[in-house]
Write a protein that binds this ligand. Structure first.
Ligand SMILES: [Zn+2]
Length: 99
């Protein structure tokens, strides 16, 4: 978890959550930095899409380096517990392809 990212996002939005936490704001997505690709740029191919609550979870993998990207549009925001938070996570290519 990156609390630094959340603090930076709050600062960028100019919202003081301490004074009025009833303010509805557009929640910035929590995206991890993209790992480097062996071919310079990833070529994402969708592996699967799964419904989750009011959103979806999408997994894509790179045809070059095999690394995985998982986008969750129904994640729980870590600091407020609010649903509908979008997170993007990356994972290295699995060592054996026996799925
Ligand atoms: Zn790649």
């Amino acid at each position: 978890m990156s609390s630094t990212l959340l603090v930076a996002a709050r600062t960028a939005l100019g919202v003081d959550f301490e004074e009025d936490d009833s303010i509805e704001v557009e929640i910035p997505a929590a995206e991890e930095p993209e790992p480097e690709c062996s071919e310079g740029a990833h070529d994402w191919t969708q592996d699967w899409v799964q419904g989750k609550g009011g959103g979806v979870v999408v997994q894509e993998s790179c045809t070059h380096c095999g690394c995985r990207m998982t986008t969750d549009t129904w994640a729980t925001r870590p600091d407020t517990g609010q649903r509908g938070y979008t997170t993007v996570r990356y994972a290295p290519a699995p060592e054996d392809e026996d799925e």
